[in-house]
Design a protein around this ligand. Structure first.
Ligand SMILES: Nc1ncnc2c1ncn2[C@@H]1O[C@H](COP(=O)(O)OP(=O)(O)O)[C@@H](O)[C@H]1O
Ligand SMILES: [Mg+2]
Length: 255
């Protein structure tokens, strides 16, 4: 079972788009996939076609109210693709759990206690390094960082690395960055090629070969509650996420 946190505390770096569409293609290729929406904005949940009122129980109930996993877990309309949904109330979880011992490892414990079995658990993190992100980092074994190919892309990564290092040292020695995804890429723009070069120099073979190109269809799909392979399976965005999924599957042999 691969447990992957998709993380970058910078908003708009392509986390949610990656979680939903990579998750979908992995499921298409026959993997059993669980997505966990740790962002109170619930974009992953909405992107998969769940309107907020439809979500009776969310990750919030799982973390704060000890609601059984079976009441929270949802099957999506896509085969092999399940979801632990989010809801806006998750925003107060950090405060409500402030006095809870072991609050950084609640998700990990729940998944272990329920003997949850998937080929992939993919976690969508909020744009912060708070308690929810910590829960993803203690649960994960791998980290994928989507990096938007633009000027401020590399800012803030140092802080992210520090956080990862602390979690690795104190709680989760197995944790490693195993993939960098360059997103919203446009080969014609100098800035994109500059960022690409810097990212490759720094992360070397951790950078996936696939570039997720800028593609308006990817930005349109969420409002229809559809993954890209369902919304428009011939667009660049679909092609790119399919190719990324193949690369991720290739890593399985190395694990
Ligand atoms: N490759 C892309 N091309 C065009 N728009 C994109 C692409 N990837 C993401 N977007 C759009 O950019 C915005 C931010 O992406 P999102 O995945 O929500 O980032 P994050 O979850 O990191 O905040 C969203 O509106 C999304 O639809
Ligand atoms: Mg997001």
């Amino acid at each position: 079972m691969r447990k992957i946190a998709i993380i970058n505390q910078k908003g708009g770096s392509g986390k949610t788009t990656t979680v939903v569409n990579l998750g979908y293609y992995l499921a298409e290729y026959g993997r059993k996939v669980l997505l966990v929406d740790l962002d109170p904005q619930a974009h992953t949940t909405i992107h998969l076609g769940f309107e907020p009122p439809e979500v009776k129980k969310s990750l919030y109930d799982l973390l704060v109210n000890q609601t059984p996993l079976s009441e929270v877990l949802k099957q999506t309309k896509y085969k092999n693709l399940d979801l632990i949904p989010s809801k806006i109330e998750l925003a107060s979880a950090e405060i409500e759990l402030v006095n809870e011992v072991g609050r950084e490892i609640i998700l990990r414990k729940i998944l272990i206690q329920n003997k949850v079995k998937y080929d992939y658990i993919i976690m969508d993190c909020p744009p912060s390094l708070g308690l929810l992100t910590l829960n993803a980092l203690t649960t994960a074994k791998e980290i994928f960082i989507p990096i938007q190919a633009e000027f401020f892309a590399l800012e803030g990564l140092t802080k992210l690395f520090q956080t990862i290092k602390i979690v690795k040292e104190r709680v989760n020695p197995e944790l490693n960055i195993t993939g960098i995804i360059i997103t919203m890429y446009d080969r014609r723009k100098n800035i994109c090629r500059d960022v690409e070069k810097k990212v490759e120099e720094h992360f070397k073979d951790k950078v996936f070969k696939t570039r997720i190109r800028e593609n308006v269809r990817l930005a349109e799909a969420p409002s229809y509650g559809k993954v890209i392979g369902d919304f428009d399976k011939t667009c660049y965005g679909a092609e790119d996420f399919k190719s990324l999924a193949k690369e991720v599957i290739k890593q399985e042999n190395k694990k």
